[in-house]
Design a protein. Structure first.
Length: 179
């Protein structure tokens, strides 16, 4: 079981790293645009490349952020429940979120497969292939669905889901842990 937990944590971490690399790509493209303007040159395809990186930076790290308590949770209903009703509602919420996220991931990955099959390209100044950024977004959504299912299994087994472990810590404790 420890090997499975370690493997899942590595997958979530890789998603977080992918999101960080996407942010770094955005910075590099912007720096190239600024430098290009200073030297009188335009960077072809920069707008499309930035848009692809923004989408990847939003979706790839979702699972990592979720597992580390960085998502905002609104407990309007669950906060008022305790005992068995709360456990059931939490399980239903995790299941529903996992199903919706899995459907989203499936749609994105299907779109990427279609783009690959039909050789779809961006409409900007550079004909970038569309399937790689679409696949990265689908992968990010799939990792998030996996993280939700992971916490659902932990919850159903009587353990403490990741979001609960992190909500029990104060903001100062979490900040010190990050350092």
């Amino acid at each position: 079981m420890r090997k499975l937990r370690a493997a899942l944590d590595v997958l979530y971490l890789l998603g977080g790293i992918g999101g960080a690399l996407s942010l770094a790509l955005i910075a590099l493209v912007i720096a190239a645009q600024v430098g290009g303007r200073f030297l009188g040159h335009a960077v072809a395809g920069a707008d499309d490349l930035t848009a692809f990186a923004v989408a990847a930076s939003a979706l790839l790290p979702l699972a990592y952020a979720f597992r580390h308590g960085a998502h905002i949770r609104v407990d309007l209903v669950l906060g008022r429940l305790s005992g068995a009703p709360r456990r059931v509602m939490e399980a239903l919420a995790l299941l529903l979120a996992a199903l919706i996220t899995a459907a989203f991931a499936w749609s994105l990955l299907d779109l990427a497969a279609d783009s690959l099959e039909f050789d779809d390209v961006a409409q900007g100044s550079v004909a970038w292939k569309l399937w790689p950024p679409q696949a990265l977004c689908g992968l990010g959504a799939a990792l998030f669905a996996l993280a939700l299912l992971d916490d659902l299994v932990v919850h159903l087994a009587g353990g403490t889901p990741s979001y609960r472990r992190h909500e029990e810590k104060s903001a100062m404790d979490r900040a010190a842990e990050e350092l």
